[in-house]
Design a protein around this ligand. Structure first.
Ligand code: ADP
Ligand code: ZN
Length: 754
């Protein structure tokens, strides 16, 4: 006698307690439960129903099976199951990021959100949260009989369907009624099927394929990559091209080749705001076998897009980092555009880096992986330089267009001249000139809000968030002080210091304030402000960028969201404001991010027929990072940066792992960090062959966040199996510790130490 048992990982476990639990399969569910199945199990005290994922199915000898195994309650339908490749990604995330099994599952499939436990007839069952929505889809299956003579509507319907199946709704829009369609179905000309509503998210984008003619440099890059696409083996490459060199065109050509080979492609972009532009390009070039995955879709949209991919209806998937988990089969090509963006690193569990997942997936699928950027991450460029990735370089802008001319505006002189504003006189003059010429401008100020600091004029006290150790920011529309981390609001706006009763001074300029200055100094200019506050409505990015593209605005002012990827032909002036504070930021990536941000935003100008220019306002015009960004000289920057990384022992010369400790009482948190450090050091001493340097404990840059204190240990290490098992042992030992109060532990391999 054998007994079929499953081992599951349950939802809402913690990293200290993420064991596998065994259950029996009731007869009714036999044949429906596999590794990767989502199930409902009785769990914990009171046997409350809880979601879980099956990781193993085992046939046990009835005698050997543990006594009193509980039964599974229910299993979700087959199509929600993690396929073996997705399950492999779950294992990968678990191993690399120290998340819980279920956190990994939720990252990989959006089904975590789709099912919930319910009780039907006294029995716990899994219930879909989504109401199924289907629609009728018509397909042409025969020719229209000529007798009796068909009417014009019938002919129109057949013509419309020649290009491919359409939904009843789409046909209705072109004036074809249900009656006509019913008649044609009866005649056997059409067939009809009920399908999941495939939400045509891209219906309004026309399909207008145009032949792609590559410039010589682009052609060389494509020719070097094509064999790697064709040989069916995994490869990785870095496409390093100056801004405006036409990296996107090279992508299109690579995708075209991928589709010709009968394979599929994933295109990753760093931000939701960049998906519409990429989708537009792809839909107009390749038609509608396209799907999108990102977090701004609502649950239904996201799920339906997911299902579309899973059922094989999409050849190309576009999206932000989570799209790397798309249930696409036969992936020939993975592109990661603007690969230097930190948004490719997840900041909540599982704290994965999409670069690593993409490498893993490319290896599993035998795909070509292309990282692309004008300013690659130092680690990526180093890997390319040392031969791990093939390096392709585009040195020229498309059409021989020059890179923008860059000038500095010394804000010390501006201050000395008594200008109290954030926008310099020269900047205003040049903006004015652009206005008169009917050209557009982009201004970058990476700070939102109106005033960024409220400080007492007598005692110097700075108003901070009660929950987070950061200054509160004045937001004019709300007439309130707001915390950008936890959302805490102080209203009415305080005028006096809460410490000494002195007068509060508001200073520091954010985008709202600069918008006001511009409106004052450039009457008649149409200004579009784009930051987190102005884009929190659904599709706001898309709408705004489209308006700017139609030249309904003269100036686009915004935070880093205006710096990347945008391609507008009328933009000839780029202004950089308030960059200095970023130069003195924390973490070993500070220079790299400023260099990248400035280079990228400058690169938005002069991309078409009109030449571009850029102005950088700063009090440190001789700062080497700004100088190199102005020269758009990535290689020179990289040389400096890689020397610094080597000297200070930073990635890529080691891996960086930050172990964070979070809790309500500062003493407890500090003690936990200290204790963990000791446990780790003891274990490391037994394994002297594992390279490890331990720094800290120390409070994090933002010591308090959301009312919790935060400490960290920084580990410089090599992120291999031996190190990870050392870390796991330490975590297990820490879980056994008898501390009066424990702090939660967060492991982060992506953090730059702050
Ligand atoms: P990048 O992503 O490298 O900054 P893009 O791919 O956005 O650059 O290209 C910059 C501009 O040049 C775009 O408007 C693009 O359409 C145009 N362009 C680049 N290469 C070609 C080409 N081979 N044919 C036509 N237009 C091109
Ligand atoms: Zn706060």
């Amino acid at each position: 006698m054998t007994l079929t048992t499953v081992q599951v990982a349950v939802d809402n476990a913690t990293i200290h307690f993420d064991k596998l639990y065994s259950y029996r399969i009731p007869d009714a569910l036999l044949g429906r439960v596999w590794p990767g199945s989502m199930v409902l199990v009785p769990f914990g005290r009171g046997d409350k129903p809880r979601m879980a994922v099956v990781l193993r199915v085992e046939e046990l000898d009835a005698g050997a099976a543990p006594k009193r195994l509980k039964m599974l309650h229910d299993a979700a339908p087959e199509q929600t199951r993690l396929t073996p490749d997705l399950l492999e990604l779950v294992h990968f995330l678990k191993d690399r990021t120290f998340c819980t099994w279920f956190e990994a599952v939720k990252a990989v499939i959006p089904y975590g959100a789709q099912y919930r436990a319910a009780v039907v007839d006294g029995k716990p069952v899994m219930q879909s949260r989504l109401s199924r929505s289907t629609e009728r889809v018509y397909t042409l299956t025969g020719e229209l009989p000529q007798k009796p003579k068909p009417g014009p509507r019938q002919k129109a319907a057949v013509e419309a369907l020649r290009k491919g199946p359409l939904t009843a709704h789409q046909l209705d829009e072109v004036g074809i009624s249900k009656t006509t369609l019913d008649t044609l179905c009866e005649k056997g000309v059409l067939s009809v099927a009920e399908q999941d509503k495939a939400l045509d998210l891209f219906a309004d984008i026309p399909y207008e394929p145009q032949p792609i003619t590559l410039a010589p440099e682009q052609q060389r890059a494509f020719a070097a990559l094509a064999p790697d696409l064709e040989d069916g083996k995994p490869h990785a490459a870095l496409l390093h091209g100056v801004t405006g060199s036409g990296k996107t065109i090279v992508f299109l050509k690579l995708i075209e080749r991928t589709l010709e080979l009968g394979r599929k492609a994933i295109v990753l972009v760093p931000e939701i705001s960049l998906t519409p532009q990429m989708i537009r390009r792809l839909k107009s070039t390749f038609g509608s076998r396209l799907a999108v995955q990102h977090s701004a879709l609502n649950n239904t949209e996201r799920l339906l897009q997911w299902r579309l991919i899973q059922q094989g209806h999409a050849d190309i998937v576009v999206g932000t980092r989570s799209a790397i988990f798309a249930p696409l089969q036969n992936i020939g090509l993975i592109i990661m555009d603007e690969e230097q963006e930190h948004t490719y690193q997840s900041e909540s569990a599982p704290r994965y880096d999409a670069h690593d997942v993409a490498k893993k997936r490319a290896a599993m699928e035998n795909s070509l992986l292309v990282f692309a950027s004008a300013t690659p991450m130092t680690e990526t460029y180093h890997a390319a330089e040392s031969g791990k990735y093939k390096l392709l370089t585009l040195t020229q802008r498309y059409g021989g267009r020059p890179l923008p001319q860059v000038d500095f505006i010394d804000m010390r002189a501006e201050l000395a001249a008594g200008n109290p504003r954030e926008v310099s006189t020269r900047m205003i003059r040049e903006l004015q000139e652009n206005l008169e010429n009917g050209e557009q401008s982009i201004l970058l100020l990476n700070r939102r809000g109106y005033h960024t600091v409220a400080m007492c004029a007598s005692c110097g006290h700075v108003l901070k968030c009660p929950n987070c150790s950061v200054p509160l920011v004045y937001h004019k529309p709300q007439q309130a002080l707001m915390c950008h981390h936890c959302g805490h609001i102080v209203r009415p706006l305080p005028q006096l210091c809460p410490e000494c009763g002195g007068k509060l001074n508001y200073s520091g300029f954010g985008t709202q304030r600069v918008e006001e200055e511009l409106a004052e100094l450039l009457p008649g200019a149409r200004i579009l402000r784009m930051d987190q506050d102005s884009t929190n409505q659904k599709n706001a990015h898309e709408t705004m960028l489209a308006q700017f593209g139609r030249q309904e605005y003269d100036i686009l002012l915004g935070t880093q969201m205006v710096a990347k990827g945008l391609d507008f032909e009328k933009v000839t002036l780029v202004g950089v404001l308030g960059i200095d504070s970023l130069l003195f930021g924390q973490g070993f990536r500070a220079y790299e991010s400023v260099f990248s941000l400035v280079t990228q935003v400058i690169g938005r100008g002069g991309r078409a027929a009109l030449p571009g220019r850029a102005l950088i306002q700063t009090t440190v015009p001789n700062h080497p990072v700004l100088q190199l960004a102005a020269a758009q000289d990535y290689e020179a920057f990289y040389r400096e940066e890689i020397a610094f990384r080597k000297f200070g022992l930073y990635p890529p010369f080691c891996a960086f792992c930050v172990v964070g400790f979070v809790g309500a009482a500062e003493g407890t948190v500090a003690m936990a960090a200290h204790r963990f450090g000791t446990l780790l050091a003891e274990r490391a001493a037994q394994h002297p062959q594992i390279p490890l340097r331990l720094l800290g404990p120390a409070p994090m840059g933002i010591t308090m966040l959301n009312g919790k204190y935060r400490y960290k240990l920084t580990l410089k290490c090599r992120n291999n199996a031996a190190f990870r098992s050392l870390l796991q042992e330490t975590l297990d030992a820490y879980a056994q510790e008898k501390l009066p109060q424990k702090a939660s532990v967060i492991l982060d391999f992506n953090s730059d130490g702050d």
